[in-house]
Ligand binder design. Structure first.
Ligand code: URA
Length: 434
């Protein structure tokens, strides 16, 4: 109690704080010997005063060590990718099996949908029987055998973060760059990674809407993760439009299956190859990011990534025949409604957050934690920015379980798409931060 008070006073006054003080604080968060009031004061002081670089690393390590930290004895590099979240962002589902096919072990601890963005776990759970809640020994044995598993964090991964995150949520301190950094990395680093690539999204469908904010987050994450001992780079990638033409859980799995079975040059494949190239090079599995990106493309085009995906589905409880017959297994919505352009012009902008929320309101995401997801619902046939449409041309298709939900989604989707002047098309990848 008095130690926590001393830590808070030092944070308030800009004094020195030893690593041990952060460790005791994180342990106290996890075992509740630090009170809600103290945790709230910590979050607010961190937001208002900021942490030094050393303090940010110390907090990240302390939160990582507040629970289980995995270690691996494998004959291949252990690596992972993390996205800050977006709409139609199914990169993990294509990239993770491609990385495994390129000689990496990928123990991916993933998240669920947050706000307007979808989550990898919710998408995978659209596959009948797919289990994301593996215990540690199941997780380790699948990764040892198949080199790939995608799971939810167990209750004891970074428990200090779970507590602090809930308190940030109710004390208006979620926005702190220092606390976001420690929160994301404490969970990722607890998976015992050797290398990590971060996909920091920017644009209307991302949490960080401007390039400056995304750059600041990328730099903070990269510096902190490297100082914490995990070789890490980031790419800032575009999220001013959906990465694939479909949003929704089963609908995005379908996009991934099409990309794995019939690989063409698409924003999804190009973004995955760029991110994969960086982490393969960082892990020493390719000479440089360019040859790493080519290795990812080859893994997808040869079918090796598809096979790794099929093995993962089977190992985690999904259908053995999923790879061959995926259309048969994915749930479909009853009400499909086509939306047509109200006027002629170019698809000139997406309001990404609003579009993502339309899917949440259809039942494809959660408004409160206890909401049950409907895996079948969402949107398809969204057009790339810069597409010219005539009045009456299709611009999207809504997949709903009820008529009234389709009607509400139609209003939201029309409100999220601007048809007008020819837009400037943003680059897929803005820059690399190493
Ligand atoms: N994701 C996290 O895990 N933590 C944050 O603070 C923000 C996004």
């Amino acid at each position: 109690m008095s130690d926590t008070r001393a830590l808070l006073a030092a944070l308030r006054d800009g004094g020195d704080i030893a690593q041990a003080a952060f460790s005791e604080f994180a342990t106290g968060l996890a075992d509740h010997s630090v009170s809600d009031a103290q945790a709230g004061a910590f979050a607010m002081a961190a937001l208002l005063k900021g942490l030094t670089r050393e303090q940010r690393v110390a907090l990240t390590l302390a939160m990582r060590d507040s629970g289980d930290v995995l270690s691996w004895q494998l004959d291949r590099p252990v690596l992972d990718k993390h996205s800050t979240g977006g709409i139609g962002d199914c990169v993990s589902l294509l990239l993770a099996p491609a990385l495994a096919a390129c000689g990496a072990a990928v123990p991916m601890v993933s998240g669920r949908g947050l706000g307007h963005t979808g989550g990898t776990l919710d998408k995978l759970e659209a596959i009948p029987g797919f289990k994301t809640g593996l215990n540690e020994s199941e997780f380790k044995s699948i990764v040892a055998k198949s080199h790939l598993a995608i799971v939810s964090a167990s209750a004891n991964i970074a428990p200090a973060d779970k507590r602090l995150y809930a308190i940030r949520d109710v004390t208006a301190t979620v926005e702190s760059l220092d606390l976001i950094t420690a929160s994301i990395l404490s969970k990722k680093l607890a998976a015992g990674l050797g290398s990590l690539v971060l996909d920091v999204k920017t644009g209307s469908g991302a949490f960080m809407k401007t390039l400056d904010d995304s750059r600041a987050l990328a730099k903070s994450l990269v510096k902190t993760a490297n100082a914490a001992g995990c070789r890490t780079s980031a790419l800032i990638t575009d999220m001013s439009q959906p990465l694939v033409p479909s949003l929704g859980n089963a609908l995005e799995i379908a996009e991934v299956m099409r990309a794995l079975k019939d690989p063409r040059k698409t924003p999804l494949l190009d973004t995955s190859a760029a991110l994969g190239g960086v982490v393969l090079a960082d892990a020493g599995l390719s000479e440089n990011a360019q040859s790493g990106a080519e290795a990812i493309l080859t893994a997808v085009q040869s079918g090796a990534a598809a096979e790794a995906f099929g093995r993962m589905v089977h190992a985690q409880g999904g259908p053995v025949q999923f790879l061959e017959n995926w259309q048969r297994f994915l749930p479909e919505a009853n009400n499909i409604r086509e939306l047509r352009a109200p006027e002629a012009g170019y698809i000139s902008a997406y309001e990404g957050e609003r579009l993502g929320l339309a899917v949440v309101h259809l039942g494809g995401g959660r408004s409160v934690e206890t909401d049950k997801i409907d895996p079948a619902v969402g949107l398809t046939d969204l057009l790339p920015l810069g597409t010219y449409v005539n009045k009456g041309d299709p611009i999207a298709r809504i997949h709903a379980s009820r008529e009234d939900q389709a009607t509400q989604a139609a209003t939201e989707v029309f409100g999220s798409i601007t048809i007008g002047a020819k837009p400037e098309i943003p680059p897929l990848i803005y820059e690399r931060i190493s």
